[in-house]
Design a binder for this molecule. Structure first.
Ligand SMILES: Cc1cc2nc3c(=O)[nH]c(=O)nc-3n(C[C@H](O)[C@H](O)[C@H](O)COP(=O)(O)OP(=O)(O)OC[C@H]3O[C@@H](n4cnc5c(N)ncnc54)[C@H](O)[C@@H]3O)c2cc1C
Length: 456
C-alpha cells in the first residue's frame, strides 16, 4: 500500500528553518519539503558574524553551512532563496510567495507549514537615522555591508548603540580593528541579562582608553552631513559625540507579520505562542526560532529568548513532530555564554532583579574560587553568583572568569532544570583532578556558601 505523501513548507532558512527541514528529512521519506527564504543565503552561522567583520574569518562563504544545492543534495529538500512568503490562507492551506528575483507571485499548497521567520533588529527612528553609515547586524547580508564599508572607508571612530551581548562583542571587535569606540546604553547597566553588580564588575575589564561607555544615556538625534552620519547628540549632554560609523545593537523583535495575518495566537511577549511540540494555535502550522516565545523553566511563564541554541532545538522539535515523533521542547533557562575582553561570561536561570520583580524574595551569594588547583597551569579565579529561594531551590547563576565558565554554566543549567537545591549541589559528586578541577568544585563551594547564607 502506498502511503500518502505530505507537503511541508518551511518559511525562513536560517537556524530554525534548516533544523526543522533537516529533522523531517532524516526521519521520514513520506514528506516533500520546500524551504523558502527571502534572502540570498540559507544555513548561515549568524553567531560568527563578529569574527567575519573582524576578518578572523576572511571569506563569508565559511559562514554558510549549506547552499540551496548542497542542502537539497544532502536532505532532498527543495530550496528557493529570494522567495518571500507574503500571505498565508489557512482555510485553503495555501501560501502566496513573491519570487523576488523574477518579480512573480505564485501560490503553493501545504499540508504542514513551519514558520521560522526569526526576528529583525529594532532600529532607532530619530532624525538622521537614514544615513548611509548607520548599520545593524543580524543577517549575513548586513554583515557584508558593514564589513565592506569598513574596508572601503577605514573609519577611526565607531559609535555603538546598545550595550547588550552583541554591542559588547562588537565594541571589542571594533577596538581590535583599531577604532576608538563609544558605547551608548539607555539603561543603567551594560549586559542587561545580568544583575547590575555583576555587569559593573565586568565593565571594569573593558579598556576605558579605547572604549568609552555612556550608561543611562539616550540618543536624541544623529548629526548628518548630506547622507552621512558624523555624530550624535545625547540627552543631557551639550557636546555632540563625533563618529565615522554607527552600529545599532538594541535588540530584536520577533517577525510575526505572517503569523498575525494568519490569525495565529501571539503571546504577551509579542512572539508566536506555541505548545511544547512547537505547534501554533493552528493544528497544521508550527513555528520555531526567534519568532516564538518559550516557557521559562524557573518561572513557568512564557518569555522571549532569541538564541541560536533555542532556534536549533525548537526547529528540530517542530520537524520531528511533523515527521511523527513525539518530541517535546519543554522550555528554557535563558542560558547565555559570551566571550569578550579575555573573559568568559555565563548565566542561567533568572537574575536576582528578575526574582525580586516576581516576588520570589530571593537570597544570593557571591564567591570567587579557583577553577583548578592553585599553581597548576590555567588555574584562574572564577566569580560565581548563585540566586536561590528561601527554601533552598536554586533559581539562577551568573559567572565570569578566564577558565571553567562554560562547564559551570552548563552544569548549573541542568541542576536548575531538575529543580536542584543548594544541598544537592553542595555535595554533588563532581570529579577532582588537580590540573582539571579542585577537590571542591567551585559550584560545591558556592552552594555551601548559599547554605550558610540560608542558616544565617
Ligand atoms: C551577531 C550575532 C551573534 C549572535 N551570537 C549568538 C550566540 O553566540 N549564541 C546564541 O545562542 N545566539 C546568538 N545569536 C542569535 C542567533 O543568531 C539567533 O537566535 C538565530 O540566528 C535565530 O535563528 P532563526 O532561524 O530563528 O531566525 P533568523 O536568523 O532571524 O532567520 C529567519 C529567516 O527567515 C527569513 N524570513 C523572514 N520572513 C520571511 C518570509 N516572509 N519569507 C521568507 N523568508 C523569510 C529571514 O530572511 C531569515 O533568513 C547571535 C545573533 C547575532 C546577530
Amino acid at each position: 500500500m502506498t502511503r500518502m505523501r505530505r507537503k511541508v513548507i518551511v518559511v525562513g532558512g536560517t537556524a530554525a528553518g534548516t533544523s526543522a527541514a533537516a529533522a523531517i528529512a532524516r526521519l521520514s521519506d513520506d514528506h516533500d519539503i520546500l524551504l523558502l527564504e527571502q534572502g540570498k543565503y540559507i544555513a548561515v552561522g549568524t553567531c560568527s558574524l563578529p569574527e567575519y567583520i573582524k576578518g578572523t574569518i576572511e571569506d563569508h562563504q565559511a559562514l554558510i553551512h549549506h547552499d540551496g544545492t548542497s542542502f537539497q543534495e544532502k536532505y532532498g529538500v527543495i530550496v528557493r532563496t529570494s522567495n518571500q512568503v507574503t500571505k498565508i490562507t489557512p482555510l485553503r492551506r495555501t501560501i502566496t510567495v513573491h519570487d523576488l528575483s523574477q518579480n512573480v507571485h505564485y501560490d503553493e499548497h501545504y499540508d504542514f507549514l513551519i514558520l521560522a521567520t526569526g526576528a529583525r533588529p529594532y532600529r532607532l527612528n530619530i532624525p538622521g537615522c537614514k544615513s548611509d553609515n548607520i548599520f545593524s547586524l543580524k543577517s549575513l547580508e548586513s554583515a557584508i555591508q558593514l564589513r565592506s564599508y569598513i574596508r572601503q572607508y577605514e573609519p577611526r571612530r565607531a559609535l555603538i548603540v546598545g550595550a547588550g551581548t552583541i554591542g559588547i562583542i562588537m565594541a571589542e571587535a571594533f577596538q581590535q580593528m583599531g577604532m576608538s569606540v563609544v558605547l551608548v546604553e539607555k539603561t543603567n547597566q551594560i549586559l542587561n541579562h545580568l544583575d547590575l553588580e555583576i555587569a559593573e564588575r565586568i565593565r571594569g575589564y573593558i579598556p576605558t582608553q579605547s572604549i568609552q561607555i555612556y550608561q543611562d544615556s539616550q540618543i536624541n538625534e544623529y548629526l548628518s552631513d548630506a547622507s552621512h552620519c558624523t555624530g550624535c547628540r545625547l540627552e543631557h549632554m551639550a557636546e555632540p559625540i563625533a563618529t565615522d560609523l554607527v552600529l545599532e545593537t538594541i535588540g530584536v523583535e520577533p517577525t510575526i507579520d505572517l503569523a498575525r495575518q494568519a490569525g495565529l495566537q501571539v503571546g504577551n511577549t509579542g512572539a508566536i505562542h506555541v505548545d511544547q511540540t512547537m505547534k501554533t494555535s493552528q493544528f497544521n502550522i508550527y513555528a520555531a526560532g526567534d519568532g516564538i516565545e518559550l516557557t521559562n523553566l524557573v518561572t513557568g511563564k512564557p518569555g522571549y529568548y532569541p538564541r541560536g541554541s533555542n532556534a536549533n532545538k525548537s526547529g528540530r522539535t517542530a520537524g520531528e513532530n511533523i515527521a511523527g515523533r513525539h518530541t517535546r521542547f519543554k522550555g528554557v533557562l535563558g542560558t547565555t555564554l559570551v566571550q569578550c575582553f579575555n573573559l568568559q561570561i555565563g548565566m542561567t536561570g533568572i537574575t536576582e532583579k528578575e526574582a525580586n520583580r516576581l516576588d520570589y524574595h530571593p537570597l544570593s551569594i557571591e564567591i570567587t574560587a579557583l577553577s583548578r588547583v592553585k599553581g597548576y597551569p590555567r588555574a584562574a579565579p572564577m566569580f560565581l553568583k548563585l540566586i536561590f529561594s528561601r527554601n533552598g531551590r536554586i533559581l539562577g547563576g551568573q559567572f565570569f572568569g578566564t577558565d571553567g565558565i562554560k562547564g559551570a554554566t552548563q552544569t548549573l543549567a541542568l541542576a536548575i532544570q531538575h529543580k536542584a537545591s543548594l544541598s544537592d549541589l553542595a555535595y554533588c559528586d563532581f570529579g577532582y583532578h588537580p590540573s582539571l578541577s579542585p577537590a571542591w568544585d567551585p559550584l560545591n563551594i558556592a552552594a555551601r556558601a548559599g547554605l550558610r547564607r540560608l542558616r544565617s
